[in-house]
Design a protein around this ligand. Sequence first.
Ligand code: SAH
Ligand code: TRP
Length: 346
Amino acid sequence: MVASTRDASVDRFSLVRAHGQHDDFAHDVRLGLTASPKTLPPKYFYDDLGSMLFEAICRLPEYYVSRSEGEILGSFADEIVQSFGTPVRLIELGSGTSRKTRVLLDKLIQRQRALEYIPIDIDGELLHQTAQRLLEDYSDLFVHAVVADFRRIDDVLPPLLATGSQQRNVVLFLGSTIGNLDRGDQKELLRTVRRVLFPGDMLLIGADQRKRKDILEPAYSDALGVTAAFNLNLLVRMNSELGAQFNLNNFRHRAFFNEEEGRIEMHIVSSVSQSVRIEALDIEIIFASGETIHTENSYKFDDAEIAALAGETGFAVERSWTDSRRFFADVLLVAQTAVRRTGDSV
Ligand code: SAH
Ligand code: TRP
């Protein structure tokens, strides 16, 4: 179910908000901070300030991720678009500013003239702003924006994909955002995507590659401290939205590569032993000195892992592209014909 707002002046635009997907920040904070070890869900990074800080992260010298993927899309846009085959409708999960997507929009519009683009993001403000910019820049673009949690697209996408069956649906999931999900959730998300697609539809997935620690770690603890600000912004949000009393001077950012798990872990570390009151929840959270709140993971991949993930979720690898340093890969998957056994779902 969706609620729809339509800008009457521009009928190339719609924006829908998924119903029943209200974030419950208070509930999630209570759950995460009373658990052991303490955690917070990463989707709360992306308020207005958080999305701006993420944009800044993408420009940092240490954060190779956006540049490497930008290089791939820039160098291989023709090939990528050719591999899509027939005219397509483009759907993007966690689209953000859609900055890297523009090169694909350019090529697709050149090739098929009109293009339907469905960006999906949890940050409604950013989504709205981005859509407006795109509509100004591309006169043949139709934007149907969806404010939703991409893990629950089965609530919102099916009606949007029901029309125009001669078009192939191509889902973009760029920026290694897949790596911010735990392994079980990665599988679940791909299965959900597969369920809303038709055989032959495609998924282009950005996967950051395993590499040396001395390249990985600085990308998540930059010298300017922007990633630290991005991480600690969760404390700022709890202070302003939940009447919490976190003193930011008593916490710091830490990111490290966990070799065993193959992931960067981000934590907020309590540098002293302290107790912090959260007014809206009427609780006191006790921190030992050095205790952390685990705020995010960023899994790193190799080709075999992506192929296995695809195979287990109803996709097959069609092609993949990498940057000149082989830091990052964009992998094109094709939705396979569903094979259902009893009690099994694709
Ligand atoms: N695709 C862009 C942005 C990546 S940052 C790029 O490659 O640069 C991750 C984006 O996903 C942010 O815009 C954030 O708001 C969005 N996001 C994070 N968690 C989400 C979720 N659970 N559901 C929908 N969007 C989410
Ligand atoms: N998908 C991005 C990544 O894992 C998200 C990201 C980049 C991020 N830098 C971050 C998330 C810092 C949290 C903190 O690379």
